[in-house]
Design a protein around this ligand. Sequence first.
Ligand code: PAF
Length: 288
Amino acid sequence: MQQFDQPSVVAAWSDQQRVAGRRVALVPTMGALHEGHLALIACAREHADSVVVSIFVNPLQFNRADDFDRYPRPIDDDLALCAAHGVDAVYAPVAATMYPPGFETHIEPGPLADVLEGAQRPGHFRGVTTVVAKLFLATRPHVAVFGEKDFQQLTIIRRMNVDLDMGVHIVGMPTVREPDGLALSSRNRRLTPAQRAAAVCVPRSLQAVADAFGAGVTDPAVVAATGRAVVDAEPLARFEHLELVDPVSLQPVQRVVAGTVAVTAAWFDDIRLIDNRSLASAVTSVAT
Ligand code: PAF
């Protein structure tokens, strides 16, 4: 496995792959790799001949310094996992390489970034689009694989890719979950055992939403309230938001329909967990 920390060097490697007729897939990460990332790597391998994983904790997308400082950075474990899973190259630049003195150019996302997560974390998606654009330019992938857990991020990156004619094939990978339903996240490793047990309320709240819709409830306020009640009942959790949105515009729906996405966030002390679920068809009638 090759390791790079300079954009020009990983770009040269990617160019060599292309010249040799090999398709390149990028898996962008902030490290602290878990089974969810390994699923992204396996998916990348299905789409390409050469897989490059980027590992960079991007300061531009953190709006709280403590969150950035506490973000786990087990780089040796990450490199070992990449090597063990057949990754061809890791691109792990340092912040001074990505954002040297004088850096001032950003990719400004549109209204998709103003809602949900973006409303709670001003500037977050501007940081994401900027770093992803830089990673695309450095690694020059044919394909890039992102997790659907970060549903809004995936939507915004797809938009950027189209709007800026980047020509990368963006693949969304279904969320990988623990047996109890908790979505895998690098932040989970910061949960205490009690918080970890409590965190199951997040996927359960989405299950309650799906059940309400499945039972024929279509008023978004009523559907959202059933989900919120699950989180509110958990003493270690602090509800942040649960919204029913259109999967394309990310705007709140007037009526819940099949394909509406429930998007939620909850806090466990200073740890914020997000999750989402696309709602399948409601049961419309039961024959008697
Ligand atoms: O999803 C993530 O881990 C990050 O937001 C990403 C896409 C690697 C950009 O820093």
